[in-house]
Design a protein around this ligand. Structure first.
Ligand code: ASP
Length: 307
């Protein structure tokens, strides 16, 4: 079985590369995806995930994470969790119980503490300085820009698939706000019999389209990964423009269970893909006017300005 790993944004390049080496050495999809995501969670240079993530309106770095095992359809998720190193690792462990899979706020923190997950104050001097500089800005004007989720979809050499996500969500979000990222079906979905998908962008719009589940179902019904990703994003954008006048930024990554990928996006969107027999590569996806996505490989990483 050919292995593959697909992840969002340039910030996932190093994690994707290391996870690919693990997959080449027969690591499980779950271990590889979590490794890729933790590399981003631990790097304070990336301002929308984990350590150094964007604070909420009250100046707290509060995180969301989700994980789904494509073999069993088990999932776990945490929302609005503060003071822990790795939301995706906590989410992954929550999938192993029959109930209580999605915990938020203080309940998620009690669970994480009781299960020995590493604690960490994720507010850095840089994220605090940015908060203090911008905390009074008019959100209506800026539509909560400054966010991004690290998502990783992995397929291992036994054919197992998974999806994992981690984010600090929208900058200056209201206390208690949870976006699409930890919400199964919207932020992520994985079924090893079909494929997996995960989303990044404005969660309030991604949830309106339940984008990840939608793309996996489109593949089940015969679409290619590219058609599934493009169609899910195009349909959401068209509907929201028609009904509400606009659609915020939305990007979707899709990986089929044969290792082939697809991307749908409303903006210029960098992503990373590695598969057996291929070197890790950074790509830039762009929406073309007709609802399709054009993709080009980026050799010079400094040419991509978005994290
Ligand atoms: N989807 C995330 C959220 O709404 C943010 C992002 O991916 O840009 O919380």
């Amino acid at each position: 079985m050919k292995w593959a790993i697909l992840s969002t944004w340039k910030m996932s390049f190093q994690g994707n590369l290391e996870a690919a080496q693990q997959l080449a050495n027969h690591a499980s999809a779950g271990d590889a995806a979590v490794h890729c995501i933790q590399n981003v969670e631990d790097n304070p240079a990336f301002q929308s995930v984990g350590y150094g993530g964007l604070p909420d309106a009250e100046g707290h770095t509060v995180l969301d994470g989700g994980f789904m095992d494509g073999d069993t359809l088990r999932f776990g998720a945490v929302g609005s969790i503060e003071g822990f190193r790795s939301p995706v690792a906590i989410a992954r462990s929550l999938k192993d119980t029959p109930f209580n899979n999605f915990l938020v706020g203080p309940g998620a923190e009690v669970y994480a503490r009781e299960h020995g997950f590493e604690e960490r104050d994720n507010l850095t001097a840089e994220s605090l300085a940015r908060y203090q500089k911008e905390k009074n800005r008019n959100q209506e004007l800026y539509s909560y820009d400054g966010h991004d989720t690290v998502c990783a979809l992995a397929l291992d050499d036994t054919g197992s698939m998974c999806a994992g996500v981690s984010t600090s969500g929208l900058f200056l979000k209201k206390k208690g706000r949870v976006g699409d990222s930890p919400v199964i079906g919207s932020g992520y979905y994985a079924d090893s019999k079909i494929g997996a998908a995960a989303a990044t962008g404005v969660g309030e719009d991604i949830m309106k389209g339940v984008l990840s589940f939608r793309a996996v179902m489109y593949m089940r019904n015969g679409m290619s990964p590219m058609e599934a990703a493009e169609t899910a994003v195009r349909e959401l954008k068209t509907e929201l423009e028609h009904r509400l006048g606009s659609c915020n930024s939305v990007s979707l990554i899709v990986l089929r269970n044969d290792g082939r990928f697809g991307i749908g996006t409303t903006i210029e969107f960098p992503f990373v893909y590695t598969a057996e027999g291929e070197n890790p590569a950074l790509y830039l996806a762009s929406p073309s006017g007709d609802g399709h996505t054009t993709i080009r490989k980026i050799e010079d990483h400094s040419a991509v300005t978005q994290d």
